[in-house]
Ligand binder design. Sequence first.
Ligand SMILES: Nc1ncnc2c1ncn2[C@@H]1O[C@H](COP(=O)(O)OP(=O)(O)OP(=O)(O)O)[C@@H](O)[C@H]1O
Ligand SMILES: [Mg+2]
Length: 590
Amino acid sequence: METPFLEDLEDYKLKEYDWTILKRLYKYAKPYTRKLVLSLFFLLTASIGELSLPYITKLAIDKYIVTGQFHNFWHIILLYLAALLIIFIASYYQSYTVQLTGQYIMYDMRVNIFRHIQYLPVKFFNRTPVGKIMTRVTNDIEVINELFTAGVLTIIGDVFILAGILIAMFLLNSYLASIVILILPLIFLTSFLFRKNVRETYNRVRFWLSKMNSFLQESISGISIIQIFNAERQNFNRFDELNNEYKQANLDSIFYYAIFYPAIELIAAIATALILFFGGINIIKGIITFGVLVAFLQYSYRFFRPISDLTEKYNIVLSAIVASERIFKILDEPEDKQYFGNELLIKKAPLISFQNVSFAYDEKLVLHDISFEVASNQRVALVGPTGSGKTTIVNLLLKFYDNYSGTISIDGCDIRNLSASSVRKIIGVVFQEPFLFSKSLKENLYLGHTEFQEYPMDKIIHDVIGDKFMKRFKNKLDYKIGERGIELSTGERQLIAFARALSVNPLLLILDEATASIDPETEYWIQKRLDSWLASHTSLIIAHRLSTIKHANQIIMLADGRIIEHGTHEKLMKNKSKYYLFCNHFIQTA
Ligand SMILES: Nc1ncnc2c1ncn2[C@@H]1O[C@H](COP(=O)(O)OP(=O)(O)OP(=O)(O)O)[C@@H](O)[C@H]1O
Ligand SMILES: [Mg+2]
């Protein structure tokens, strides 16, 4: 068996009853207090109805059946039917209102989490797997719903019924009632053992389920790689292992459930036998009436069900606490403070400056003392080998990280003091891996626009996507782009991403190998059309093609997170240094 990672296990450690979490959960229920109180009212009404049934039976037996007086017997039958009707109606309303409230609470929680997640810093997503976040927003919230719908209220109902039955039993006959009380320790012991074991298996079920799900998710996403490497068998074996662990955990859990309920039944049967035996003797002695015994049997039958229910409810409460703990952990993640700050108010292409910037994602520095400037309307090319820190520079400028030393400024304003949204508003960016959404072409192009017709898109489409490629989208702006744009070629996706970046009419354009997957001819064609456009914008271009780099006003060459050379293409070529070698040997000259 695989040893679970410590970190994973941490998620599955159950804490004992935690009031602060429940209190926090209550905040979500608070707006619906009236509905919940109403539901509780119906629940208690139904419980009173339940409690009255054995007593009505007693009246029927003692007053009419045993005495043989059937005059007005129909009164008691009507009373019984009325009680049944009240139970039916109250149960219906109780169940309806509580389920309704549960749905409202879940809705609020999902809204809250999603809103919060959107503003979390990139760092959070670097270390949190997607599957984990998905589970929070869906499964965990479902578990909490159970707490509201099947948990808290029914626990109150169960306790109410238990107390009611105890009182009724003592009022009817305290001698028989004490026999039932004597059985209680046995019930408690059984429940305790069940609870303890089931909780442990519950943890394991959750653990292996989550493992299996993540594995499944990864296998499906990477299925073509698995098929190419003929790794199906190996992959299957791993799945089989996980599946087996999951099954085993479930089997253990089934075992405890299978044994618990019959055990409770057995104890209830013993109680019934004792009541019959001692109650019978008392009837013979004339101490109690026949009706009392029948009512007693009914009460004791109803007595054990809430006890076993309560045991299960305890598990619901515990799992809800665990689920809430995880959800609150996400909600407690501080939102990206980069969203706060001054507004950047500029109307023309800005000047960008990096001054002695050093940065590490975790411990290892990936940028060392980077200083450069991009003047207004200038085009600067960043070149350098894989992993040299080009994209990292872009990430910092986009305010994805703030734990760098040195200063980055736009038109002299330190971006640390500016809000991320106002910085991003002036930047159009095309990333190395274009990400498209499963929306229409139009919705992808107008991402972030509040009004679709705000910006004239036709020119951009004509210049960037081009009539040739628009045919691929059947010349329709509402062409439906499949999930992640998987049905499009990478180049086609880049064209859309390119047009999307321009659609915000940015003052600063960042292209991170934006045209790497576009054929040289199309790239040349885009470039020619973009030339006039770029002349009035500041741009930062990362590229591996000489044609793209050559015309830059300045070329910055990076290696291992350091600037090793900078200058114009001509100057650097004349120096015959690293850039020269880089161009001659490695850069695509197309
Ligand atoms: N999210 C991250 N967490 C930790 N390290 C990272 C992260 N992203 C990048 N790195 C590391 O930072 C270094 C610089 O990465 P960066 O993406 O800036 O390189 P690059 O110059 O853009 O390379 P490429 O040409 O391959 O795109 C690399 O060593 C990389 O492993
Ligand atoms: Mg990169």
